[in-house]
Design a binder for this molecule. Structure first.
Ligand SMILES: *Cc1c(COP(=O)(O)O)cnc(C)c1O
Length: 386
């Protein structure tokens, strides 16, 4: 496998002017990710600031209902409310070590923007966040938090005004001042080395999960995670990929249904193409134009997917299924009622798959769901959902 690729997927499809920065980033990552002091500082921040390790919680009521052993990896308990901070704090620390003064980031639901603004405030770097104008409206609480933390929010008015356009705007800003800016990518997407960097920093989720299962004397039969760009899924999957006895399941946003045009089910319905500097699966028309996407969750509303998932999908090592808005909201409410946990709408897509999986399993199984985030940011959307 070429190092910039996962099988056929990945690569660096950006203008020549970005290549120097990608090279610089790769060598800094290779150096610092092995550096004793960097690792020590990062681990200390993860432990004392982010709140890691996050618990692996045995969901007794849900287990009783579904007649299997269900565990939740509680990424919702991280500082700022989702897994995004694991990667954001590591990349901002890397930016600081590289001597950069300013970080920028794209954001959909605002969780990555919030995590990056938080890490920038902590580590003393200037910060600007690119967010689609539609998302600015549906995630007002996160926008306000980001500004309170001292970062500037750019509402991107182009195209469909969501995550794809925000990402394009962030790449443009970065390429325009590549020497001074560090671009903190929020998911396992983009040109090499970003998918590898993000997967590396998120793989702490799977590493902890493996040890925690061992402490319970258990072994996972199934691991389920929601897939937007694919970082929380990559993070919990990564250390289990080699162990073929563990079934890996990624859940995409089925929106109003994959038979309608209103979804973001990239692996179920996409074709190989190029988006945001990577070769991967993309939702596109016959001419290769990227299609509009829909999901009730801003964090899954993306027409591409990280190259690792395109590879796991093609090689069939992981399976990917869509869950629609309605199924997701039902699962969100069920978790509130059964376990007293208000999950993010993104994470609720993964939870909703239990309803489909559990009835078809003959043998009593151990199932881990990655609870990627908490629902505080979604209260308005949940309230208005009919
Ligand atoms: C951003 C986000 C996602 C989707 O992003 P991935 O990179 O696919 O993990 C899922 N859950 C939550 C809570 C998020 O904030």
């Amino acid at each position: 496998m070429k190092k910039a690729y996962y099988g056929d997927f990945g690569g660096q499809f950006l203008p020549e002017s970005a290549m120097f920065a990608l090279c610089e980033l790769e060598s800094a990552f290779l150096k610092f990710s092995k550096d004793k002091f960097f690792k020590k500082e990062l681990n200390m921040l993860l432990k004392t600031y982010v709140g890691r390790p996050t618990p692996l919680y045995f969901a007794r009521n849900l287990s009783k209902k579904y007649k299997h052993e269900i565990y939740l990896k509680r990424e919702d308990l991280n500082h700022t409310g989702a897994h995004k901070i694991n990667n954001a704090i590591a990349q901002v620390l890397l930016a600081k070590k590289m001597g950069k003064k300013k970080v920028i980031a794209e954001t959909g639901a605002g969780q990555h923007g919030l995590a990056t603004a938080t890490a920038a405030a902590l580590l003393g770097l200037e910060c600007e966040i690119y967010m689609g104008a539609v998302d600015v409206q549906r995630q007002t609480l996160n926008v306000y938090k980001i500004e309170l933390l001292g970062a500037k929010v750019h509402a991107v008015q182009k195209g469909f005004k969501t995550l794809k356009e925000a990402t394009t705007a962030a790449i443009q800003a970065w390429v325009g001042d590549i020497e001074n800016i560090f671009y903190v990518v929020g998911s396992a997407v983009g040109p090499h080395p970003y998918p590898k960097i993000v997967t590396h920093f998120q793989s702490v989720i799977g590493k902890e999960c493996k040890m925690q299962l061992k402490k319970f004397g258990k072994k996972a039969d199934y691991i389920i995670a929601a897939v937007g760009g694919g970082s929380n899924a990559a993070g919990i999957f990564y250390d289990f990929i080699k162990d073929e006895s563990v079934n890996l399941i990624g859940i995409e946003a089925g929106g109003l249904g994959v038979k309608t045009p209103y979804h973001a089910a990239t692996l179920s319905k996409g074709k190989t193409g190029i988006i945001h500097g990577m070769k991967t699966k993309v939702l596109q028309d016959d001419l290769g134009n990227i299609l509009p996407v829909h999901s009730i969750s801003a964090g899954l509303d993306y027409p591409g997917v990280g190259p690792l998932h395109a590879f796991l999908f093609e090689s069939k090592r992981a399976k990917y299924y869509p869950i629609n808005d309605q199924e997701c909201m039902k699962a969100l409410k069920l978790l509130c009622k059964e376990e007293g946990i208000i999950a993010a709408i993104e994470s609720s897509h993964a939870l909703a798959y239990l309803e489909k999986l559990c009835v078809r399993l003959k043998k009593k199984s151990v199932i881990v769901v990655n609870l990627s985030g908490r629902g505080d940011k979604d209260m308005q959307v949940i309230k208005e959902y009919k």
